[in-house]
Design a protein around this ligand. Sequence first.
Ligand SMILES: NC(=O)c1ccc[n+]([C@@H]2O[C@H](COP(=O)([O-])OP(=O)(O)OC[C@H]3O[C@@H](n4cnc5c(N)ncnc54)[C@H](OP(=O)(O)O)[C@@H]3O)[C@@H](O)[C@H]2O)c1
Length: 241
Amino acid sequence: MPVYCITGTNRGLGLEFVRQLARSSDNTIIAGVRSLASTDLSDLRAAASPSTHILECDTGSLASIHAFAKAARLALGEDRKIDYLINNAAVNLASHQTSLNLGPDELQAQMAVNVIGPAKTLELFLDAGLLSQHVRVLNMTSGLASLHLTAQSPARKCAGYSITKAALNMLTLHQAADLRSHLPGAVVVLADPGWAKTRLGGEGAVMEPSDSVAGVLKVLHGLRPEDSGSFFSHSGDKIPW
Ligand SMILES: NC(=O)c1ccc[n+]([C@@H]2O[C@H](COP(=O)([O-])OP(=O)(O)OC[C@H]3O[C@@H](n4cnc5c(N)ncnc54)[C@H](OP(=O)(O)O)[C@@H]3O)[C@@H](O)[C@H]2O)c1
């Protein structure tokens, strides 16, 4: 009876994770959404199973992540723990900006959601005793985070977003090492879902969200202890850093 926790689930790939996981009545799902009040939850409610708990989590707010951890504890009861944590919520703001005209406000907002959010979610869930001994943590990153691929590409896209996703990659390496002393069986990895047809994916995206998420879930379910700290594509290949 595995327990999954996913952030940013009202649309896009987060919604697709819930849709696919909710097909099995064995799965308990904690589905985080930025706001229970102002977010359109109709698609998520339609995708949810009876064992899906839709809880508020604005990953750009420490107070909200604290409240999320408490609400997750209440939803799961005293003993059940999270087996799979998918840090999915992210923003790509001001994609027209380049390194020569980065907006400090936009960059800080992206750091808050794309880096500090996944860092604090893991930290506060650990502190709350919510993570199982063999928890699998998957941080959703991007090919745009790869220094190697970016160095090879003549075009530079989405400067602020790619800078924060590169920071997320470094965070993940730290988490993989640091979590081991608390939960020796834990595995922390990165996955690039590919260029998928979502709001963030934008025009020109090539993959159906269903294919992207099916691939990422296959990666997640196949993780071995020695994979901790790896950077995977949705098809399970290793992406160069
Ligand atoms: N689609 C792609 O081609 C692609 C490629 C590479 C990587 N990725 C990564 O895959 C993940 C999912 O992307 P996507 O394509 O599904 O993006 P998306 O369609 O833009 O959806 C993003 C989700 O994150 C949520 N979110 C944003 N800010 C939040 C916050 N402060 N707190 C909580 N939730 C928040 C959004 O909620 P609201 O509706 O409330 O804004 C939405 O549910 C992201 O990590 C992204 O970087 C996507």
